[in-house]
Design a binder for this molecule. Structure first.
Ligand code: NAD
Length: 279
């Protein structure tokens, strides 16, 4: 996708964070945007960007397969076609694997994994009709390496990466490119809205501080993340890493794939203790 002028791009989880910044960036780049989210109140605030004719707002839950299929029909009815989908909606869950209630894990998987699959399956038939089209799936740095208390999030984001890299190969001889995105810490609401059953430090008294701790170490703005994703779409990049933290930690897990945790966990613990003093 060389440029965004008059392209129709669908963005899930558009009411906040990276999704919201993508909507702003895409509209500024000349795209027409179909934005969806479960949070209708914040979704309506996208009208602040002031280009109503180019913006379609829909309340859609990505974990609802039928709703995602209906959304594509709505977009086609409104704009006539669709050229790209950014499967961005996601949630956070912190819990030790040994004590993790299955229902919590399923909640996260239904959004972070099945939400992406629902998006691909709903949009792909329409995208294949376009001369150039793009699927963007948002994984995470935690789709490249694992950390304590994130087993469900890690598993879902690794699964998004595995699925997307295979999908890219399946679509190699078509007009549809597939971009997998691995953000490091981005300053969004994901931790504030997440479910934190255990703390990352293993200490009960730190549980309430999980979101504040995450927020204190997230270094990249959603706007910077959106710019990087849009550049990745324009260059049809297979993988987009966002932030110097993602860049560095990706290198470390490549050098020490079987023991990066022994190296990183003590460093993370020092960083976490320092950050906890600040929050
Ligand atoms: N913030 C980070 O540091 C970070 C790092 C790596 C990956 N990510 C990923 O980036 C994506 C965007 O997250 P963000 O950081 O902007 O978070 P955010 O919480 O600011 O935004 C996520 C949006 O998804 C929406 N959402 C939640 N459940 C939904 C559902 N079932 N259907 C539709 N929408 C739903 C929320 O209402 C929210 O508006 C997620 O996939 C997240 O896992 C974020």
């Amino acid at each position: 996708m060389k440029n965004f002028k008059n392209k129709v791009i669908a963005v899930t989880g558009a009411a906040s964070g990276i999704g919201r910044a993508l909507v702003e960036g895409l509209l500024a780049g000349g795209a027409r945007v179909a934005a969806s989210d479960v949070d209708d109140a914040n979704l309506q605030r996208l009208r602040e960007f002031g280009v109503a004719a180019d913006l379609l707002l829909s309340k859609v839950d990505v974990s609802d397969q039928a709703a995602m299929q209906r959304w594509v029909v709505e977009i086609k009815g409104h704009f006539g076609a669709v050229d790209g989908v950014i499967n961005n909606a996601g949630v956070a869950l912190s819990c030790h694997a040994a004590d993790q209630p299955r229902a919590q894990m399923e909640w996260l998987f239904n959004i972070n994994y099945w939400g992406v699959i629902n998006g691909v399956e709903a949009f792909l038939p329409e995208l294949l009709r376009r001369p150039e089209a793009c699927i963007v799936n948002i994984s995470s740095l935690f789709g490249l390496m694992s950390v304590p208390s994130q087993s469900a999030y890690n598993a879902a984001k690794f699964a998004v990466r595995g699925y997307s890299e295979s999908l890219r190969q399946d679509l190699r001889n078509t007009s549809v490119s597939v971009v997998t995105v691995h953000p490091g810490g981005i300053q969004t609401n994901i931790a504030n809205n997440g479910r934190h059953l255990h703390s990352i430090t293993g200490k009960a008294e730190d549980r309430e501080k999980t979101a504040a701790l995450f927020n204190s170490i997230a270094a990249t703005s959603p706007e910077q993340a959106a710019k990087k994703i849009m550049r990745g779409m324009q260059k049809s990049k297979a993988r987009v890493l966002i932030g110097s933290d993602a860049w560095l930690l990706d290198k470390i897990q490549r050098l020490f794939p079987a023991c990066y945790d022994r190296l990183l966990v003590p460093v993370m613990n020092i960083g976490t203790r320092m950050a906890l003093k600040r929050v």
